[in-house]
Write a new protein. Structure first.
Length: 120
């Protein structure tokens, strides 16, 4: 799950930065100064990378056993400037808590039912 979290975090930051540049720099340049350079160079990559973000979010959500509602909200966060950073923090906090819980359970050793029925 750590690898899936790392992939998701990287994509969330990249997509988030591109979206902020697109909306805060590219759109004003396009409509005020009629220069589409920034929109051209950030809009298309943001769209393609957003598709990869969706894949990484789905992969992480499947491994972390998120509800569909949470997964959809995390995925939609890549379409609102600055929200992908908030969603990334929320997802990271959730996954790290789940990882800590799993590690604590592994450190505690096998449960009584696992000892009573080995091989199951």
């Amino acid at each position: 799950m750590r690898g899936a979290l790392l992939r998701y975090r990287i994509m969330a930051y990249v997509v988030g930065v591109l979206l902020v540049i697109l909306m805060c720099v590219g759109v004003p340049m396009r409509y005020i100064w009629h220069d589409e350079t920034v929109v051209t160079w950030t809009g298309m990559p943001h769209g393609w990378l957003y598709m990869i973000l969706l894949i990484t979010a789905f992969d992480l959500g499947r491994r972390a056993k998120w509800t569909w509602k949470r997964l959809i909200l995390i995925a939609l966060a890549g379409t609102v400037p600055f929200l992908s950073f908030v969603a990334e923090r929320s997802a990271t906090k959730d996954v790290k808590a789940k990882l800590a819980k799993l590690e604590a359970a592994e450190a505690a050793g096998p449960t009584e039912s696992e000892v009573a029925e080995p091989g199951r």
